[in-house]
Design a protein around this ligand. Structure first.
Ligand SMILES: [Fe+2]
Length: 449
């Protein structure tokens, strides 16, 4: 049954952030708001999704400032951070592309959301995820306010921890004719970048206060780990973080480059010894076969210019992240970039986890009448790495899964960063860890799990 359009609810300011319902709520069984086909709209948009970038809103805090996990937790924050520090490790979830845009997709989103929620409920305290980091594409197809309830708040209604997010293209692309007040990024900011601890109209009667991150790009500072999240803008492809792409001058500002530089500088000055992660919705690497005869790549390709800009700033500042996380391509891909950085050989995982509920796409699409040629395990795919800035020895496609939904469960302690990919079964809530990569923080080498 169609739900009435969202009406403006009173927005009381809470003294404490709230991250999930106390007790259980019935499972959502379907959309409350009718969601028709967007096919006609896509036709009308034409190729705008390949060229219409949006302005990057400036963060509320300074380029070198960070948003702490303690702040997100409110009054209990210092105590929670103390507990995590005392446990000697932090665990968190990450996933992308969760929004279900039609009823057929909805059970897949619910299974993934239920699985991360169940993981929190069933884990011992020291192993319980401290937060979920959403890698973008929260609400399909165009980040509409009226779909936030169905696609975000209801599926994650019992997730008992903060949910941070960087916007994906579907959270930011502006459909022509949209009123400025209804621009999707405004809705995203209302729900994830709120100045106050409020329940937004999009959450309806559910008990999750808006996240209070300072912007659509920000550094999350948690015990043992920092995550620098950048907004890679509204295009289907490529990811755009600044106007520094020499081939195409995108009409956006360079504030994220200044921000990235300031954050890397801070890491260096403070001799930060924890894990440094970098998150963008669009992936730096996404597979396509070396020859067209073997088929074509999946729905999304590599964002090479974006990576080149990141590599350049990292090289200039002498700091390179321990791992990269992204979504966008609807599957799981794990690359190992073996590179020479500052005179040392380092191994950097580049991970795509864009199978959080919306869809799962094959890595290779076959040519008509032929069979797709899938890559072999640990294939050297150096041809995908066209950044040209970093001294890259090899780029390996270490592992992938293009058949299952799933999420990342990430563990960081003072010595190691461990990133596990968990498949979500279609028939049950049984979970299995399909892949795991472990990086030793000190020398940036991968070690056996
Ligand atoms: Fe996307």
């Amino acid at each position: 049954m169609a739900r009435a359009p969202l009406t403006k609810l009173p927005q009381p300011v809470f003294h404490e952030p709230i991250f999930g319902a106390d007790g259980s709520l019935p499972d959502p069984t379907g959309f409350s708001t009718s969601h028709g086909s967007d096919d006609a709209l896509y036709k009308q948009i034409g190729d705008l999704a390949t060229k219409d970038v949006v302005a990057i809103p400036k963060s509320r805090i300074g380029d070198d400032a960070m948003f702490s996990l303690a702040e997100a937790y409110g009054h209990h924050g210092p105590e929670i951070v103390k507990q995590i520090t005392h446990a000697g490790k932090i665990v968190f979830h990450a996933l992308g592309d969760s929004g279900a845009s039609n009823a057929g997709k909805y059970p897949n989103e619910l299974r993934v959301a239920d699985q991360v929620t169940l993981d929190c409920a069933s884990s011992a305290e020291a192993d319980r995820a401290a937060f979920l980091y959403h890698l973008g594409d929260v609400v399909y197809n165009f980040g509409e306010a009226r779909y936030y309830y169905d696609q975000f708040y209801d599926p994650f209604r019992n997730y008992p921890a903060p949910i941070f997010a960087i916007p994906g293209n579907h959270d930011s692309f502006i459909v022509p004719g949209t009123r400025p007040a209804d621009a999707p990024l405004k809705t995203f900011q209302r729900n994830f970048c709120s100045k106050q601890v409020v329940i937004t109209p999009e959450a309806g009667s559910l008990r999750r206060t808006a996240m209070t991150q300072p912007g659509v790009y920000f550094t999350l500072d948690a015990p043992f780990v920092r995550i620098i999240g950048l907004f890679s803008n509204a295009l289907e492809d490529p990811g755009v973080i600044s106007n520094l792409d020499k081939k195409r001058k995108w009409p956006v500002s360079n504030i994220q480059i200044d921000f990235l530089r300031a954050q890397l500088r801070r890491v260096k000055q403070q001799k930060f010894a924890g894990a440094l992660l970098l998150a963008t919705h669009h992936p730096a690497f996404s597979y396509s076969p070396p020859s067209k005869a073997d088929g074509t790549g999946g729905n999304h390709g590599c964002s090479t210019a974006m990576l080149r800009q990141i590599d350049t700033v990292c090289q200039e500042e002498g700091v390179y992240p321990h791992a990269f996380l992204s979504g966008h391509a609807h599957n799981y891909q794990r690359y190992t970039r073996i590179m020479d950085f500052g005179g040392n050989e380092i191994n950097v995982p580049f991970i795509v986890c864009g199978d959080g509920g919306h869809n799962v796409n094959a890595l290779v699409r076959a040519q008509r009448g032929k069979t797709a040629v899938e890559p072999v395990a640990s294939a050297d795919v150096g041809y995908l790495d066209q950044s040209g800035v970093a001294k890259v020895k090899h780029l390996l496609l270490a592992k992938y899964d293009d058949h299952n939904y799933g999420y990342l469960r990430i563990h960081v302690d003072k010595d190691y960063l461990k990133i596990g990919f968990h498949q979500v079964g279609l028939q049950s809530l049984a979970q299995s860890r399909y892949d795991m990569v472990t990086v030793r923080l000190a020398d940036r080498h991968m070690v056996a799990n």
